[in-house]
Design a protein around this ligand. Structure first.
Ligand SMILES: NC(=O)CC[C@H](N)C(=O)O
Length: 380
């Protein structure tokens, strides 16, 4: 629920966590009330890409970087058509953005898109609280939406949880569309959109791939109707344990042995398609500075992450699955969470993090080349 708008720098705002902890600050962006899962991102840059990543749907993002908005907002760094976060928390917003590409301030953009935020709170204390107690539901209330604390807490405790949330259909395209190859077309890929970021088809297009982006409801027949050389499953919001439909579509692709690549939600779907479980992490991984080891090469990459769930697969052995042998290909060096899976008998792999970057380092871009190699191998 959002009510109104500008000139809000002094409008009071309250952030209420579901366990009763309260922070008081000032309105940022739109004035009103909003709810979501409170999560923190450690990215020092790339707020525009974060805000427009559909995987953040129904999440209230706390920025650990203390000063946000310095480079304003431009029209080039959007990862989708709109801001998806349900609320935004910053300590000290930039008063004067400065960047040659900037056309408006972040405060104005949040307001124009009806996104309720809060500023001027101790984001370090809030982040430590979430790290100790875990991600939880939160509400932000400003202006006329402020009531007494007990009433606000009751509203937060009625808000839906992230566990069990099935959200892809709320963010994904409803119509199929094509992202043309840049330069000579070498391959066709069917990309199942579960909440795809714009940079992902772009990274494929740069490699001569024509990408047919299909709705989350696409069937195995829809996938094969585009005559693909490879099939891709995207990132997306929500709890992977609800994603039964994409899991069954992926199983159809694995049965046929078409080269397959998945990112983030796509990695969780591959985990489920192979028979592994998924579980909710205490507070998740969000940021652009997470160390991941590629266990095939031993190399460590610094990578972009945004996930609250993870695959429960054994790190120390090769697993037998209905589609042959599978192993954990990548692992997070902070906490040993599974960050990638690969099949040994079929051309299929996935990663839990974001090789497309946007924002983030480009260390993992080689994974798009790996997908191309799989498609080349299938042709040879
Ligand atoms: N970026 C993503 O695809 C996130 C996947 C899933 N929603 C999670 O939070 O783990």
């Amino acid at each position: 629920m959002t009510t109104s708008t500008r000139g809000v720098a002094k409008t009071p705002a309250v952030l209420v966590l579901e366990d009763g902890r309260i922070f008081r600050g000032r309105a940022y962006g739109a004035v009103g009330a909003t709810f979501g899962e409170a999560v923190f991102s450690t990215g020092m840059t790339g707020y525009q890409e974060t805000l427009t990543d559909p995987s953040y749907h129904r999440q209230v993002v706390v920025m650990t970087a203390p000063h946000v908005g310095n480079t304003g907002v431009n029209d080039e760094d959007m990862e989708s058509r709109k801001i998806w976060v349900s609320g935004y928390v910053v300590r000290d917003p930039a008063r004067v953005p400065s960047n040659w590409r900037s056309t408006r301030t972040l405060d104005e953009e949040l307001d124009a898109q009806g996104v309720v935020g809060i500023s001027g709170i101790d984001t370090r204390a809030l982040t430590r609280h979430l790290r100790e107690r875990g991600a939880m539901r939160v509400g932000i209330f400003s202006g006329d939406a402020i009531q007494d604390d007990a009433a606000l807490l009751a509203r937060v405790q009625e808000a839906p949880e992230m566990t069990g949330a099935d959200l892809s259909a709320e963010v994904a395209t409803t119509e199929a569309y094509v992202v043309p190859a840049i330069g000579d077309k070498k391959f066709t890929v069917a990309a199942v959109d579960l909440g795809i970021k714009g940079m992902t088809p772009h990274r494929m297009a740069e490699r001569g791939i024509e990408v047919h982006v299909l709705p989350a409801t696409a069937t195995v027949e829809d996938v094969y109707a585009v005559n693909p050389d490879g099939v891709f499953f995207s990132n997306g919001p929500g709890d992977p344990s609800t994603a039964d439909h994409p899991v069954s579509v992926m199983q159809g692709v694995l049965e046929r042995g078409t080269p397959l690549f998945g990112i983030c939600f796509g990695n969780q779907i591959l985990g489920r398609a192979l028979g592994f479980g998924t579980f909710k992490l205490k507070y998740g991984h969000r940021g652009i500075n997470q160390p991941v080891q590629d266990r095939t090469t031993g190399k460590v990459e610094v990578t972009a992450h945004n996930h609250g769930f993870a695959v429960d697969a054994p790190l120390d052995k090769v697993s037998e699955t209905p589609y042959g042998r599978a192993e954990v290909s990548h692992v997070c060096l902070n906490d040993n969470v599974v960050e990638g899976l690969q099949l040994l008998d079929r051309p299929a792999f996935s990663v839990q993090y974001h090789p497309e970057a946007a924002a983030g380092p480009h260390d993992a871009a080689y994974l798009f080349d790996r997908f191309v190699s799989l498609m080349e191998g299938q042709r040879a």
